[in-house]
Structure formats: C-alpha cells, structure tokens
Design a protein around this ligand. Sequence first.
Ligand code: GLC
Length: 537
Amino acid sequence: MTSEYLWWRDGAIYQIYPRSFQDSNGDGVGDLNGIRQRLDYLESLGIDAIWLSPIYPSPMYDFGYDISDYENVDPVFGTLDDFDALVAEAHARGIRIVLDMVFNHTSHLHPWFLESRSGRDNPKRDWYLWRDPGPDGGPPNNWESTFGGKGWEYDPATGQYYYHQFLKEQPDLNWRNPDVRARVLDVLRFWLARGVDGFRFDVVMSFFKDELFRDNPPALKSPVGLLRAFDRQQHLYDRDRPEMTDVLAEIRALLDEAPGRSSVGEVDDMDMAVRYAGSGRLHMAFNFDFLGTRWLPRLFMESIRNYDEGIAPDAWPCYVLGNHDRDRLASRFGAGPFSDARAKVAAALLLTQRGTPFVYYGDELGMVNTALSRDEILDPPGKLYWPLYQGRDPERTPMQWTDEPYAGFSVSPPWLRVNPDHTRRNVVAQETDPSSVLNTYRALLRLRRQSEALRHGTVRFLIKRPVEGLAYLRETPGQSRLVALNFFGWAIDLKLDGALPANRWKVVFSTATTDVPRIMGNRMRLQPFEAVILEPA
Ligand code: GLC
C-alpha cells in the first residue's frame, strides 16, 4: 500500500446522471455546462471524482447507453468545447473525470451498424453478431434480452438475425473481430487525450459470447414469479467468457501508459467483482452486493467479509449503495419518517469501508424514488413491465437543489418530473441544517480524507453475531478508528466480543449526541439510528 494519495483508491467517486443534474439552457434536460455550474457544490461535498453516465450522441432509446458516435457529445448535453471546459475547471479544483464507456453494444443508428446491416458482404458485417435463423426459421439460439423478449432480431433485408443483449436498438458488437477491438482502444485514446482520468466500462462481463452460440441451460432453482425469461436461464454462454481476460489486460496496459488513470467495470455478481479487478485487469470492478442487501447488520457484515476475503491482494475493493439502475437507497431500506435517519447510517457504512465508495447523485440528500404514473414512464423495461416493474425512472429524477417549482434544476418542465418532496428536501434547506443528510456526507467524506485507517486500514468486526448494530475497527499500523452503527430506531447496548485495543476512546463523529459515555467494559451504548466513529483518546 503506497502512502501517496490516489484519487480512485483513497477518494470517493460521485455518479452524475447528466440528464438530471443541472440544466443550464432551459430545455428541461441536464447538460455539461450545468455540471460545470455546480462544481462549487461538488467541491464542498468533498468528493474526488465525478463519473458521468454517457454524454455521447445517441438516439436515447436507452437514454445514452445506446451510442451512435463515441467521439462526440450529444447536442442535448453540449459540445466538445463544453466538455473541455468542464474537464479544465474540474481539474483546477482537484476533481477527476470518469467517463462511462459502453462497448458491449452500439446504437442501431451508429454508422458501423448501418454499414453492417446494409449487406451480408459489407466489410463491417462481422463487427456485429449476425447469424442465420435456427432450423425452425426462428432465432439462432435461446438467448434472451435483459430488457425482456428474445435476444435476437430478424433483419428481413439480409435474412439473418442480429444479437442484442439489451434493446433491439442496441446491437452487440463482435469482440472477436480485431478491427472492433482496435477501434475501441482508439476511442479510449481519444478521451484520454482530452484529459479524462478514468473509465467506467458498461456491462464489461458481456463483451464476449460463446463462439459456438450454444443454448443457455435453464436456471437451477425454479424462479417462480420472475418477470423475465432472462432470469430463468443460467448465463453460461452469453457472458463472462474466458476471452475477456486478454481484453482487460489490453485496456489496462493502455491506461497504465500514464500515471493517475483508473477504471471500473460493471459486472453482475460478487464472483466477477473479484475476478475482473487486479493487476493486468481493471483497477476496480463494481461490487453491487449492498444493492441487494436487506437492512440487517449481519447481512452487511457477511457481505463485507466475503468480499474482503475474496478479493485478491493486488485488487482494490469498492462499494456501491445506489446507481441509475436501482431503487434509491432511502426507498430500499424503508421510506417513511425514518428514511433520513437510515440514510445517514447507510452513509456511515459506505464511507467507512475499505474500498472506494461510489455515491449516486442525490443520495447525499436522502433522495427517495419518485412515484411516476404509467404515462410518465420513459424507461423501456418500465413501459414493458408496468405495473409489476416501473423501470428506472423513479431513481433518475432531477437533482433537488431548491424548493422552487423545478427544484432549481431547470426553468422549464424537466424531462422527468421532480419529486414533490423537493419543497423540503433540497440542497439549500440541508446546507443550513448541521444534522442534515448532506452535512453528514460532508463530515464523513472529510473524516475519510483525513484518516488513513478509514481509507485503507484493515477491517475487524467486533461482534460475531450482530443483531441490532455493527461495530468494527479499521486499523493501519499507526492508526485505528472504531465505527459503530445502530440500524434501528431505539437505543441499544452493543455487546462486543473481546477487548478493545485501547481503553479510552473519543468521539470524532456522531449522528446523535457526542457527550454520552459509550464504552463500559465490553458494552457500547448507541442512540437510535446512531452512527459513531471513535479514535483512541
Ligand atoms: C448497464 C447500465 C444500464 C444500461 C445497460 C445497457 O447495465 O448501467 O443503465 O441500460 O447497461 O447499456
């Protein structure tokens, strides 16, 4: 572990969904100049980098995750000049820029696909996954789309099917074609030359598919009630293929050509989160385990332990509590009168782990899902599965800056309706409240920056079978911090297994009062929903 401060390892990364952060030109959609106007806020929050969900030209079937030109900016977000200005001003404040790269697929309107589709002998035919119909004239195999329906779309003009893991407007690239590979690396070089510090690789585990296009076997457990046929298969052949190893090495070598660059890959499960990160691979791979963990201390402890024990010594861990694909954490862990109190405990949990925290915009305000009606839903899987699944719009609504009609996000009706709770839940209101979720994030981010134990110390749990709360030590040879979290709305006495390394501890952070006696022998008293950090006195 080097002592030099590395932004992606020691810092926190903030995810911006550009459509929803700040609109600067009054069209109701967020843009790059809007983000630039909010750099003061981001600096005051204390994050080290921003990751921007896709900003490239796109017909927006999947709101930017369907790219039609990798080397430009969609007019709705601005221009390349706006992007350069954002990079320069962010860098001047010590904020790094991470771009979202979607290379599993392009838009169906990308010129590469238009060419590929134009004829069987077009030179770009092999840039995508074209196959003849199956023996019955139907799809070539049983692969399903993540967003619902078959993974294959028939193209009558050329008499073949193309594969799309997501929408039919998102055809998958053929990663076995060397020209595709070379071209993708050029795209990375293009953005690196513009000063980008890192990349987030969308569904990086899906780039390669089975060479023989074998059928996926059915899922082992009978998943009654699952909406998608996709979930009723074991994904042996349409993802996570061994060929990916070489590509990861190639990407890593390119990033390593200059110091200070980083990468994070989106993968599906803990096993891949462990395998896709490390030397010769990506710097980090998303650990989404917290996104599916119920609000019980034992489950979080087990999740942290499994990951910590599984991850290779040369890989760096990371933690995620929210993103643009999942319900807001404040809604997942239980909305209602205690949602802010829980959001603060969740913040303390996230920001005291050994691993880079990813913070989704608005989670630092305790933003909750926005209830939208059927006709307000824009996300394709939401439209398809409504009302059983409402899609991802509820967690993508505009950032809540003020109590004004459009929450200070825009002067016009936004592309998605703002949450009505913005009249009380907004940045302005939370700025002046020392105990707000926002100020809790600020304090925790500051503490993390200042403490090597919180940034990269080992983690040691102090309760074997936690029921109401967690207690753990973060330790480096020279420093220790004790973190204790009460997950519930009543005062608790945590019983620690074993003695603490120091007799006296002083509170450096608490979401409740700071002056109550806490540690008596092996017992520790916590107020309702209290998160506390202590250091040896
Ligand atoms: C990833 C993105 C998601 C997108 C999908 C297809 O899972 O996070 O938003 O729809 O990939 O690109």
